[in-house]
Design a protein around this ligand. Structure first.
Ligand code: MF3
Ligand code: CO
Ligand code: CO
Length: 296
């Protein structure tokens, strides 16, 4: 090391040249950067951490991998495959892309993806169940890439759907769309739930109460909770930089559910069909952007 190259204890003034050698003033270069990338919090809810531009880029990259994973599953889904096979595809594809499947060992969850069929609402554990023609199957993928989490799911048809399967999947898909359309600064979390509940109930379906959307990005489940039912104007106000999921679970019958003895799989109490779609949504200055974008 050369002399006169102090390594610590140097106080750089705001108007000095930036020590990174850019030739710009410190305040216009690395100082500005360090201020910008420090996570800000929601003005009313300090536990809600807002995402910086570089955080958003990280979540978007994780989101691209989630979508590629869902595409891979869709291409291979057919009558005769087991839900364990879906787990193996997701697990191996995630690792091959230098990422981690968030569900694996999360609060004791034993597999790398949730696969929920027909009357199963969510948190289905992959196993020996064989998918058959006419089933509907929700595949919920959450991936950690370079420390950032993205979370999305879709409900697929196995073979050709019957009319009831088509109906519940269409209503669930449109429910997510209705919820996303409410996302803009100034609206609240309650506006999202209100729009979803109003639409789903107008179609003769019900909205699951016991599971909600959630903040996501730095962790799997962050504040706030995002219910898929509620009143206009209720709950936390939306501000740019918030990232959360919207993931309505819609039942053909009642909203009541039972959790099976495996402690995870939630099924409809009346055994009616249930479907779900989920995306990870960023609140932007004039609305929203999906960080796991797919057409609805
Ligand atoms: N991906 C689910 C969600 O949308 C959570 C699954 S938790 C797990 O919030 F442990 F079951 F994976
Ligand atoms: Co989620
Ligand atoms: Co999910």
């Amino acid at each position: 090391m050369k002399v006169n190259q102090p390594v610590r204890g140097v106080k750089v003034g705001r108007n000095d040249l930036c020590p990174c050698g850019s030739g710009k003033k410190f305040k216009r270069c690395c100082l500005a950067e360090s201020v910008q990338t420090r996570p800000r919090t929601h003005p009313e809810k300090p536990k809600i951490r807002l995402k910086s531009a570089s955080d958003v880029e990280g979540i978007r990259r994780a989101g691209r991998l989630v979508l590629a994973t869902l595409d891979l599953v869709r291409e291979r889904l057919e009558p005769g495959i087991t839900t364990d096979m879906v787990n193996d595809w997701v697990h191996e594809f995630t690792l091959r892309n230098n990422a981690t499947p968030a569900p694996l060992h999360y609060r004791g969850f034993p597999k790398s993806v949730c696969v929920s069929t027909n009357e199963e609402i969510c948190h289905g554990i992959p196993g020996p169940r064989v998918l058959k023609q006419g089933d509907i199957v929700n595949v919920d993928v959450t991936t950690i890439l370079e420390g950032y989490y993205a979370d999305a799911n879709k409900t697929f048809f196995v073979g050709e759907p019957g009319p009831q399967a088509r109906k519940i999947v269409d209503v669930a898909r449109q429910s997510l769309k209705e919820g996303m359309a409410m996302v803009k600064p100034g609206n609240s979390v309650g506006d999202i739930g209100w729009a979803i509940q109003t639409y789903a109930e107008s179609q003769g379906c019900s909205v699951v109460r016991d599971f909600v959307g959630h903040g996501v990005g730095f962790d799997f489940h962050e504040p706030p909770q995002v219910p898929h039912f509620g009143q206009r104007g209720d709950g936390v106000r939306l501000v740019p930089g918030m990232v959360f999921t919207i993931e309505p679970m819609i039942n053909a019958g009642g909203y009541e559910l039972i959790v099976l003895d495996d402690q995870w799989t939630a099924i409809t109490k009346d055994r009616s069909l249930s479907a779900q779609f989920e995306q990870t949504i960023l609140v932007t200055p004039d609305g929203w952007e999906s960080l796991t974008p797919y057409a609805l």
